[in-house]
Design a protein around this ligand. Structure first.
Ligand code: REY
Length: 438
């Protein structure tokens, strides 16, 4: 791909320069006590080996998307980029008003997939010698956190113990959303909402997903680059990779260009979906406010795992894992999911009102999947969409598993036997979706 070749050269040039300027990579800190697994870094200098993965199962992928629709998503789509070959699947509508069919070219809100972008910027700053992963956050942002022991690494791996303010904000999904959809928050205001609550754990302790951590990440980016996060994403990731459909428009509320509208599922069973498309996403910002497309997300996750965005030392730091549960681990702004066929994939999920996103790539970055359902607050749909990963990376070996309907509670829905887990640790406990009746 010309696009990737050109940008890759440019990015590698920048990485090489930053290495020359600042040869000291992050010092290796002891990992968390439980279940770390080191993934070898992708070596940016040598071409990746051919992917030895089962062929993607397009029929299985379509079945997953149709299942998500039956469970309440107005539309669902997925795109697989596999070493230059593209596979697309889509069903349902992008817009319930006009009835326009959803396509894999539609833009959408990617929610917490944004966290990978924030982490990449910070790891680039580590490469440049401007940030140390094991330094106290307060060293860079004096007085911000109530505990000097909280490090940059703790924040990026969700082991800071900082309370997730979205627990309170979205305890009630629709009224919580309506209360913030037009609001513009400063990072300080979001931090205050977290810090007025007790911390959930000791610095460096257990993994506990919290958006607050990536508000801190945004503040670090602003402090160290002198730019807003949108400018930093653009200069360091969007332009080098030529991501033409990726935007940080905060605090503007419209998604530019052709996009899928997003529909929030109310907590009350049977209530009408709420069109949540227009919002500032100010409650998330560097934790979740980017807009993108499936193609751009595949380019991005692939480039990251191929070592094109950071040094290999930095990627090694991003892929030092804290085990989350039997099928998931978290690195630095990056999630690893272990699929039913034994393949591990690397990326993130996203959940902002109206949009569920999955964006993952293989270890060598040669096969990537991005999938969207244009609804949220629907545990069945979130769980079902996990099946897109199974179809994309396990192929027919995942047959019969991916479309299994969610069974019981949100935390462990339907997965135990198949190795597919339901929505569990991807978001703060109080804002995890319930499984609607029926
Ligand atoms: C926010 C609530 C979940 C979503 C969250 N999102 O932490 C981050 C992410 C940015 O992408 C909302 N849920 C929904 C509720 C539940 O309101 N009461 O599902 O639209 O992980």
């Amino acid at each position: 791909m010309v696009k990737t070749t050109v940008s890759r050269t440019a990015v590698l040039g920048a990485v090489a320069l930053s290495f020359l300027a600042a040869p000291a990579p992050a010092t290796a800190a002891p990992g968390p006590a439980t279940g770390t697994r080191q993934a070898p870094p992708a070596d940016a200098a040598s071409p990746p080996a051919a992917t030895a993965l089962p062929a993607p199962d397009l029929a299985g992928l379509r079945a997953v998307l149709q299942s998500a629709r039956r469970q309440g998503a107005p539309g669902a789509m997925a795109r697989v980029d596999d070493a230059g070959a593209v596979r697309r699947a889509a069903t349902g509508v992008a817009d319930r008003g006009t009835g326009r069919a959803i396509t894999t070219a539609d833009r959408f809100r990617i929610g917490s997939v944004t966290k990978i972008f924030s982490a990449v910027v910070l790891l680039q700053l580590v490469d440049e010698g401007k940030l140390r992963l094991d330094a106290s956050v307060n060293r860079y942002l004096p007085g911000l956190l109530p505990d000097d022991r909280i490090t940059v690494r703790h924040v990026l791996s969700h082991r800071s113990g900082l309370y997730d303010y979205t627990n309170d904000m979205f305890a009630s999904s629709v009224s919580g959303f309506e209360a913030v959809r037009s609001k513009v928050f400063t990072y300080r205001q979001l931090m205050d909402r977290s810090l007025r609550r007790p911390r959930t754990g000791a610095p460096g302790g257990a993994y506990a997903y919290s958006n607050t951590n990536f508000v801190v990440a945004g503040m670090l980016i602003e402090k160290l680059t002198g730019q807003g996060v949108g400018s930093a994403y653009r200069a360091r990731i969007i332009e080098p990779l030529q991501l033409r459909d990726t935007f940080y428009v905060h605090p503007r509320t419209a998604i530019p260009g052709t996009h899928a509208r997003g529909y929030l599922t109310p907590d009350r069973a049977g209530a009408k979906l709420v069109d949540a498309t227009r919002q500032t996403v100010s409650w998330a910002q560097s934790a979740g406010a980017l807009i993108s497309t499936a193609q751009d997300l595949n380019t991005f996750t692939s480039a990251l795992l191929r070592g094109e965005l950071t040094s290999s030392a930095a990627l090694r730091q991003m892929t030092r894992w804290t085990q989350v549960n039997s099928t998931q681990a978290y690195g630095l702004g990056l999630r690893r999911r272990d699929l039913s066929c034994g393949v591990s994939v690397y990326g993130h999920t996203g959940a902002v009102q109206g949009y569920y996103t999955y964006a993952f790539t293989s270890k060598d970055g040669r096969r990537s999947l991005a999938a969207l359902a244009n609804t949220s607050n629907n545990g069945k749909v979130l769980n079902t969409m996990l099946g897109t990963l199974e179809s994309a990376f396990c192929g027919k070996r995942a047959a019969g598993r991916a479309v299994a309907p969610a069974a019981s509670s949100a935390g462990a829905a339907s997965g135990a036997a198949s190795g597919v887990r339901g929505p569990g640790e991807d978001m703060a406990p109080e804002v995890r979706p319930g499984l609607p009746e029926g």
